[in-house]
Ligand binder design. Structure first.
Ligand SMILES: Cc1cc2nc3c(=O)[nH]c(=O)nc-3n(C[C@H](O)[C@H](O)[C@H](O)COP(=O)(O)OP(=O)(O)OC[C@H]3O[C@@H](n4cnc5c(N)ncnc54)[C@H](O)[C@@H]3O)c2cc1C
Length: 365
């Protein structure tokens, strides 16, 4: 055997799980595909975000909260092991509203979550006067906002670099340009093949993002994963002007204002469009009028990895024991739980978190 665990996919999800398994004393090889693959981990908005998550599935609200609570320790551990500061700022995040109706709906959803999570759900509704004290650049078109104190953001590319460096520092192997085409289950484990890939492992974790939709069914998973495009913009470096991230914009450590993101059902198309960019810019200027004169530097599109109900998938293959599918659409938020809690479930330890609602039986017709 080359390793106890092969992790297929070296994005945030695969690397977080790999790090956790290494911490549990397992040997791990991460196989990551080619540059042409869609990579949500390289194009995301970097939010560690709780508000509004899990309205239809309280376990998801609690799992996200668990991860957000673990984030400070996780970021410190990553810095310790990799030497990279991922720039975690967890001093609250804002959901800004331009009309009373959507604000009222968001309040109702957050009330639901608060009832579910009890006092452990620190959010408040900010009306314009208070909001502008908290966030002076917010413009008059914003009628109110939800401020959730557990929300925040990180530098997403630093996170990816830190995870990769930490996995290596902990003794894992990360092989890039290693696209897995075929996985042959054997009596004693799995034999993985592909261009430049020939690896035997006792167990495997399929964490290949949208690539899991191709490989998953061959291993007995449903893996009903679909792309959802998000377009994003970034401005020139500007003086500090946005204190807390919102779902419309966040200011990165270097001063750039990241604006995002669209939600589009356009298949595997990662291009940016004039219409998408114009909508993002218009919303950003409506929320923060000071951005009217900001220079845009770059725009990009990336594909979210979406299950039909938007929830994570954690499933051991019903046909090939020892193969696990791990997928989610909030891989930044859940990175801490994936590294610090999920490995106990994969290793089937007594302290495993309860994750049954995230299994694939929910897709049975
Ligand atoms: C626009 C946008 C904004 C987002 N904003 C946020 C946010 O603010 N907060 C948040 O929590 N989440 C956010 N997300 C979601 C987050 O980025 C994803 O949940 C996360 O990146 C998914 O990581 P992943 O490792 O599953 O997938 P990916 O990053 O797509 O990585 C999958 C990897 O698998 C590899 N691969 C594929 N097929 C194979 C194969 N056959 N063999 C080997 N390797 C293979 C690919 O090369 C790739 O590197 C956002 C996503 C998008 C697109």
């Amino acid at each position: 055997m080359d390793a106890e665990f092969a992790i297929v996919g070296g994005g945030i999800v695969g690397l977080s799980v790999a790090l956790g398994l290494l911490d549990a004393g397992r040997s791990v090889v991460v196989l990551d595909g080619g540059a042409a693959d869609p990579k949500a981990s390289r194009g995301n908005f970097g939010l560690v975000w709780l508000q509004g998550k899990g309205v239809a599935q309280p376990r998801y609200a609690r799992w996200s909260k668990e991860s957000a609570d673990l984030w400070p320790a996780f970021a410190a551990m990553l810095q310790d092991v990799s030497g990279i500061d991922v720039g975690l700022r967890q001093t609250g995040g804002l959901d800004l509203h331009f009309d009373e109706e959507t604000l009222a709906q968001a309040v109702a959803e957050n009330e639901c979550l608060k009832a579910e999570l009890g006092s452990d759900y620190p959010y408040e509704v900010l009306r314009p006067d208070t909001l502008r004290v908290e966030e002076p650049e917010i413009g008059p078109r914003v009628v109110g906002a939800i401020l959730h104190h557990g929300d925040g953001d990180v530098d997403p590319l630093a996170l990816l670099a830190a995870l990769s460096a930490a996995v290596r520092a902990r003794g894992g192997r990360v092989v890039t340009g290693a696209k897995v085409d075929a996985i042959h289950p054997k009596a004693e484990g799995f034999h993985l093949h592909g261009d430049g890939v020939d690896l035997r492992a006792e167990k495997l974790v399929l964490a290949a993002g949208l690539g899991s939709a191709v490989l998953g069914p061959k291993l007995g998973f449903v893996a009903p994963l679909k792309p959802e495009r998000g377009q994003l913009l970034i401005t020139e470096k500007l003086p500090p002007m946005i204190r807390r991230p919102s779902l419309i914009a966040r200011q990165d450590r270097a001063g750039g204002i990241q604006i995002g993101a669209t939600n589009e059902d356009v298949g595997m198309d990662r291009r940016v469009t004039l219409d998408g960019m114009a909508r993002l810019a218009a919303d950003a200027v409506a929320a923060y009028p000071v951005l009217e004169h900001a220079q845009l530097l770059r725009a990009w599109g990336a594909l979210r990895v979406m299950a039909p109900d938007g929830l994570p998938i954690y499933q051991e293959s019903p046909t090939h024991r020892g193969a696990f599918l791990v997928s989610c659409h909030s891989g930044v938020t859940l990175a801490a739980a994936h590294a610090m809690r999920l490995p106990a479930w994969i290793l089937q330890r007594a302290d495993a978190p309860e994750l049954e609602v995230f299994g694939e039986t929910r897709f049975a017709v």
